[in-house]
Design a protein around this ligand. Structure first.
Ligand SMILES: Nc1ncnc2c1ncn2[C@@H]1O[C@H](COP(=O)(O)OP(=O)(O)OP(=O)(O)O)[C@@H](O)[C@H]1O
Ligand SMILES: [Mg+2]
Length: 275
């Protein structure tokens, strides 16, 4: 059978603010997309390695080698580093703590920013040569900072998904990220866009959530997903079992919210919903 080697859609999941739901979104949006037939490659670009853990990769360095680090250094291909997950059609390139070496590397050549982009391009070429399916979506889980790792994601990506927690100062943090995305677009990756902003840990009963949501929607308009992810305890329990919440408890509110967000993402990608 002719393999599908069309170019994947590469989405960076980024916000320099910590703990806003980047990793949870990478894992569960990826799982939801895979469950509706997409071929998903998650790239763990955070030395914390939480996306790898949440997708069931054991924590030892051996189980996580080769990792994103070797891919960035050109010592392993994506095909060599990727691992299957318990989810059909979803793979992960795991990360381990050694990835911190990249952040600390004093070498600041600009070409370093393109390591992930080049690895993904090489992967596409290799898939075509070997007649293997390419992923349809690549989701990159970024660390909570605007460092060289996040820059690699922004240079490799077609678009950025921003998980945003409705709390005080959310908008200030967002403008810094938007400035960075604009600078990357001006100097490094002219086609980069913001795919959308997803409101996470949303609690509609809280006045603060309502006010921040109102401000964010007024500021960013249709960039903000109409579906939101509620604060849901099952979402926070699932990673300790090495499972996406969608596998851990498909019927909980958090799972259903991620399915709704995945469907909205597909509609946005197809241009059926104004973005
Ligand atoms: N919708 C939710 N409801 C309840 N808990 C959540 C939800 N989303 C994420 N969490 C929990 O909040 C914490 C932070 O989430 P997560 O790790 O996804 O954020 P992050 O932005 O990737 O963090 P970091 O910046 O450290 O990488 C985790 O313990 C996670 O389980
Ligand atoms: Mg994270």
């Amino acid at each position: 059978m002719r393999k599908d080697t069309s170019k994947p859609r590469v989405l960076a999941i980024a916000n320099q603010k910590g703990g806003v739901g980047k990793t949870t979104t990478a894992i569960n949006l990826g799982t939801a997309l895979a469950s509706i037939g997409e071929r998903v490659l998650a790239i763990d670009l955070d030395p914390q390695g939480n996306a790898s853990t949440g997708l069931g990769v054991p924590k030892s360095i051996e189980a996580r080698t080769p990792s994103t680090l070797e891919v960035l250094l050109g010592e392993a291909t994506i095909a060599q580093a990727e691992q299957p997950t318990t989810i059909e059609r979803m793979h992960v390139v795991p990360a381990n703590i050694d990835l911190m070496a990249v952040e600390r590397d004093p070498n600041t050549r600009q070409s370093r920013n393109f390591a992930l982009r080049d690895a993904l391009q090489a992967h596409a070429v290799a898939c075509e040569r070997d007649e293997r399916d390419t992923p349809t979506y690549v989701l990159i889980d970024c660390p909570p900072s605007l460092n060289v790792l996040t820059l690699n994601a922004l240079c490799a990506a077609d678009a950025v998904i921003v998980p945003l927690q409705c709390e005080f100062f959310a908008l200030e943090g967002l403008s810094l990220l938007v400035d960075t995305i604009e600078q990357v677009r001006d100097h490094l990756n002219p086609n980069l866009t913001v795919q959308g902003v997803i409101l996470t840990m949303h609690d509609g009963r809280q006045v603060l959530t309502q006010q921040v949501e109102e401000d964010v929607r007024a500021f960013l308009g249709k960039k903000v997903y109409s579906n939101t992810i509620p604060r849901n305890v099952t979402i926070s329990e699932a990673p300790s079992h090495g499972l996406p919440v969608l596998v851990y408890d498909m019927h909980c509110k958090g799972s259903q919210a991620y399915i709704a967000v995945a469907k909205e993402l597909i509609r946005r990608e197809r241009g059926l919903e104004a973005a």
